[in-house]
Design a protein around this ligand. Structure first.
Ligand SMILES: [Zn+2]
Length: 279
């Protein structure tokens, strides 16, 4: 999965008073696109020293023990020579950047978006300031504390013996199969989300819901929780055409996988294909 980058290590606990040096790797985004250079055909990050010394730098996380920073302001900071912006799809699918590079970039993007979206207090409109004891933004006027935005959602493998429900989403140009998935609503447990989403998308009642693994999916601010469950009673799929253009029962040996091993969905399909899912 995207977060499985060993021997690399991402540590994102908040550290105060971490300063960039000229060799620190930095991230600059523009409308979701990442500033990169290229070396021997591979994407590389710019360094703090590529920007004027006074350019604002915000600590993001440590990668293999070295602090990385958000640099400058989107749309305002002059781009140094030799670098260009690339969107995340191109980075992942066209350039086939290594998984660890994409994972770090997605994580940086989620943080960058959160910092950018909360420059002003949503309650009173005052410009926020950086929290000093934890990752937060604070309104100096009304005292509101804003924490990073993480949106929980579920991925669900609905099974019936040696068959699993595979789906294709409507309105999206994704050629490969996925699993039932959906966002957790306010007031809902993960288990309740599983039952509701399966009923909404494919009209099936489920039982024996069991947790598998989770995954940060930073490109859309998600934290995904994967579950398997068994169909309870009638196995007839009643597809919601607004959500799905396809939904069908597929036998283990006929499950086709996605083109890379980034997603929890793909790992759950592989795990079922190989008969290793929790029972
Ligand atoms: Zn406020």
């Amino acid at each position: 999965m995207i977060q499985d980058v060993w021997p690399h290590v991402l540590r994102n606990e908040f550290l105060r008073d971490v300063k960039a040096d000229p060799e620190s790797e930095v991230y600059l985004f523009d409308a979701g696109k990442l500033l990169i250079g290229e070396k021997d055909g591979e994407a590389v990050l710019p360094k703090a020293g590529d920007f004027p010394e006074e350019t604002e730098k915000v600590f993001l996380f440590r990668w293999d023990g070295r602090a990385r920073f958000l640099v400058g302001r989107e749309g305002e900071t002059e781009v140094p020579g030799g670098f260009h912006f690339v969107d995340m799809k191109t980075l992942r699918h066209t350039m086939k950047a290594p998984k660890d590079f994409v994972y770090a970039a997605w994580t940086a993007l989620q943080l960058a978006r959160w910092y950018a979206d909360n420059r002003f207090c949503g309650t009173c409109g005052t410009r926020t300031v950086f929290g000093t004891t934890e990752r937060s933004l604070i309104c100096p006027h009304c005292g509101r504390v804003i924490y990073p935005r993480i949106i929980p959602a579920v991925i669900v493998g609905v099974t019936n013996g040696d068959e699993i429900v595979l789906t294709k989403y409507a309105g999206r140009d994704i050629p490969y199969f996925a699993l039932v998935a959906g966002f957790t609503e306010i007031g809902e447990s993960f288990e309740a989300t599983v039952r509701r989403e399966v009923m909404e998308e494919v009209g099936l009642k489920v039982k024996n819901i069991r947790y598998y693994k989770s995954q940060p999916w930073a490109i859309v601010d998600d934290l995904l929780a994967g579950f398997y469950c068994d169909v309870d009673g009638d196995v007839t799929i009643r597809r919601d055409p607004g959500e799905l253009k396809e939904a069908l029962w597929v036998r283990r040996e006929d499950v086709t996988l996605q083109p890379d091993d980034f997603s929890l969905t793909n790992e759950m399909m592989l795990t079922f294909k190989e008969g290793r899912e929790p029972r």
